[in-house]
Write a protein of this length. Structure first.
Length: 444
């Protein structure tokens, strides 16, 4: 089965190669990372061949979730080197810029046996930590052969992945047997993993790390004035922030915003597309819909933006921009993409709106709705009315925002529960080998 899996992944890569070539030529993607994806990591990454902990986070969201966990791993395992890998370029850029507690950052290898062996030989992990849904058969089998302990943290099995995994359940059961422990976000994720063949004794519901990862975001209120100054915004100008949007959503948002403008509002729209290669497309769309539009990187230094819309063409800045929002729409939810993270705007006590498709964050979304801490649209047709209604109702916005912030505070603790499981898999005994150096006293 492993040989068949490797053959299928190779065929898939070949079939998608025209797309990768297009992305390389058009957006300069993949070319610079190809060597690392084939397992050729620089010797300088781990020059002395030290033992390490390897954390893998796919993209921006997973990197943000991993940051607080990484800092604690550094503290608990001081004698092990710490490495972080990502799959996407956006994740790589954020990791290199904002994760300071690691010894190196690199691209995750293709999941073939020879690439896995090369990477493991260079990184030399004693522990491999996967964030969310990263289950790679060949790499996990090589980890098992080498005695590398493996933990899936913040785990979830999405509604779209679950049926596909069930089709290959006999093979997937063998793959899951190579994972020492599963730390999952909720009971539904635990149930799905058990149905796919994971040993229930190895599954622990720890909650979502994303609640705890919000510790690394500036304290609400304290950074708002700085963001306002950076964006040259007036503190009394209403701001609609649409975060992590996908194709098919921006047009609906812009049209709803245009209705808001015709009602007499001088609101500003901040659009943050999920994928960096779409920044130019979103900018064109805004202009075609009649909005005076500027990119975040083109904002004047000494003047408030006169534009109607700002396209956020930077990576990792959206969380801070939420601080100045009057209302937040979280994307990936009007189209069938499963939704995106709503916790960052919730941390800042912002009223949140999302669409009907929140399957990837179903438990979090249900909790917010049950506690009247967010608004869910039944379809895209409700978008205009909901945005106009909330932008004109400060009392309701305040209630929604306060409930959202309270839920974030009440659901912290996943990091400590996750670290307890990690300690069972790899006891943090390294610090015991340090000699204790005591200050000396002068004896008269």
């Amino acid at each position: 089965m492993y040989l068949l899996y490797s053959f299928v992944t190779l065929l898939t890569l070949v079939a998608l190669s025209p797309y990768f070539v297009y992305q390389a030529l058009r957006h300069d993607k993949y070319v610079g990372s190809l060597g690392q994806r084939l397992g050729y990591l620089p010797v300088s990454l781990n020059l002395d061949g030290d033992d390490s902990i390897w954390v893998h986070a796919v993209s921006v969201g997973e990197v943000l979730a991993a940051r607080s966990l990484i800092s604690e791993l550094r503290r608990r395992y001081p004698r092990l080197r710490l490495f972080l890998s990502t799959t996407t370029r956006a994740g790589q850029q954020l990791a290199r810029r904002s994760v300071t507690d690691v010894d190196g950052v690199f691209y995750f290898p293709f999941d073939w046996t020879f690439t896995a062996r090369r990477t493991l030989a260079r990184v030399k992990p004693r522990l491999f930590v996967m964030i969310e849904t990263e289950i790679w058969p060949n790499l996990l089998r090589e980890c098992r052969r080498r005695g590398v302990r493996t933990v899936l943290v913040n785990g979830r099995i999405s509604y779209r992945s679950f049926p596909r995994y069930r089709l290959i359940r006999p093979f997937f059961r063998r793959v899951l047997a190579d994972v020492d422990r599963f730390c999952v976000q909720g009971a539904e994720a635990a149930r799905r993993l058990a149905q796919l063949g994971a040993d229930p004794a190895r599954i622990t519901v720890t909650g979502s790390l994303k609640f705890d990862s919000l510790d690394v975001i500036p304290t609400p209120g304290r950074g708002r004035e700085r963001v306002l100054r950076f964006f040259r915004m007036s503190s009394n100008r209403p701001v609609l922030v649409a975060g992590s949007t996908l194709r098919g959503e921006e047009e609906l948002i812009v049209r709803a915003f245009n209705r808001l403008r015709t009602s007499g509002s001088n609101a500003l729209l901040v659009l943050a597309a999920r994928h960096p290669e779409r920044f130019a497309e979103v900018e064109r769309l805004c202009r075609q819909e009649g909005l005076s539009t500027i990119r975040r990187t083109e904002l004047a230094i000494d003047a408030e933006p006169r534009a109607d819309a700002v396209v956020l063409d930077t990576i990792g800045e959206l969380a801070e921009v939420y601080q100045v929002a009057t209302l937040v729409f979280v994307g990936g939810s009007l189209v069938r993409a499963g939704g995106h993270n709503i916790l960052e705007p919730a941390m800042f006590g912002k009223p949140i709106v999302f669409g009907p498709h929140m399957e990837n964050f179903a438990e979090i979304a249900e909790t917010f709705l049950a506690n009247h801490a967010a608004v869910q649209l039944r379809s895209w047709r409700e978008l205009d009315a909901v945005i106009l209604g909330l932008m004109g109702d400060p009392v309701r916005r305040a209630r929604l925002g306060a409930a959202a912030r309270a839920l974030v505070e009440a659901n912290r603790g996943a990091k400590d529960r996750t670290l307890s499981v990690v300690a069972e898999v790899l006891p943090p005994r390294d610090r015991e080998h340090f000699a204790v150096v005591r200050p000396f006293r002068v004896i008269h």
